[in-house]
Design a protein around this ligand. Structure first.
Ligand SMILES: CC(C)=CCC/C(C)=C/CC/C(C)=C/COP(=O)(O)OP(=O)(O)O
Length: 274
């Protein structure tokens, strides 16, 4: 495995940012083996960076679209980091640090994984721009599948490529997409009230909570199969926690709750880690 190509201070900064931005993925990413950890952390932070643009409360839609298209374009330039830095610097006062510092997170990625990671970040930027353009209009289950693919399903595909890059682990990419879709749909279920308050409705026409739970169950069933098929190793260890948290969140909401309690989360973390 090649060495980590950056100074430790940047590595620490990235892991601190990861801890601040992700409740679910900080622990599984931190526990990955060297090389794979940097590739996944780099991808996670960059995807979070563009997600903050897509979701931003006060940036105009047209600006988001231009920015997301420009981010995609930087990945086809000769100097991605410099172009990204120059593109995002003017937004230093309006975007969160995880977005403004996106070029730094790219530096974390081992060079032999960069092609995969860059390809998916560029693709996600492009597809997020399209969803802003469409004003997140989701009328049918096919639309929902399209949206959950753009923001999470493709992460499953990317991770599957990274498992293979790291140690030859072969994983089912169709099930990986379902895994990502299931996780995103759990977020849609959990954030329903806030989403409606901010005027966004991810439910297809005519869907009730029960329909969304059925959609989640179908996708998480495939996620269970994805995990069951994995050999022992970092990929399997990574997947266990998000999958257990997703199942527990759906159970809680289906039972009338709103989200997992801190005690529930701690219990699941310790059960999955032992
Ligand atoms: C094969 C495989 C592992 C597939 C899964 C792919 C994957 C990790 C998709 C990310 C989905 C997602 C909803 C992230 C944000 O979650 P969050 O808002 O719950 O988490 P946060 O704590 O990071 O904000």
């Amino acid at each position: 495995m090649e060495g980590i190509p950056i100074a430790n201070v940047s590595h620490n900064d990235a892991m601190t940012m990861l801890e601040q931005t992700s409740r679910t993925f900080f622990i599984p990413i931190s526990r990955l083996t060297e090389g794979l950890k940097e590739a996944v952390a780099s991808a996670y932070l960059c995807m979070r960076a563009i997600d903050e643009i897509e979701d931003h409360e006060s940036i105009a839609d047209q600006t988001k679209i231009t920015l997301l298209h420009s981010i995609r374009a930087t990945f086809h330039s000769n100097n991605v980091m410099q172009e990204l830095q120059q593109l995002l610097e003017p937004y230093a006062n309006i975007l969160p640090a995880v977005s403004v510092r996106m070029h730094e997170w790219l530096l974390l990625c081992p060079s032999s994984a960069a092609q995969t990671v860059y390809r998916y970040i560029a693709m996600m930027s492009e597809q997020m721009a399209e969803w802003v353009q469409r004003k997140w209009s989701i009328r049918t289950e096919e639309d929902l599948d399209g949206y959950t693919y753009s923001v999470a399903g493709m992460v499953g595909e990317m991770l599957s490529e990274l498992w293979q890059w790291h140690d030859g682990t072969i994983a089912d990419k169709v099930k990986a997409v379902a895994f990502g879709r299931g996780l995103q749909a759990v977020n849609i279920l959990r954030n329903r009230t806030e989403d409606l308050e901010r005027g966004v409705d991810f439910y297809p026409d005519g869907w009730e909570q029960a329909d969304m739970i059925r959609y989640i169950d179908r996708n998480l069933q495939l996620a269970n199969e994805y995990v069951a098929d994995l050999k022992q190793g970092p990929a399997l260890e990574f997947c266990a926690l998000p999958l257990a948290l997703a199942h527990a969140t759906v159970q809680t909401i289906a039972g009338g709750g709103t989200k997992l309690s801190r005690a529930n989360v701690m219990d699941i973390v310790s059960r999955v880690s032992s």
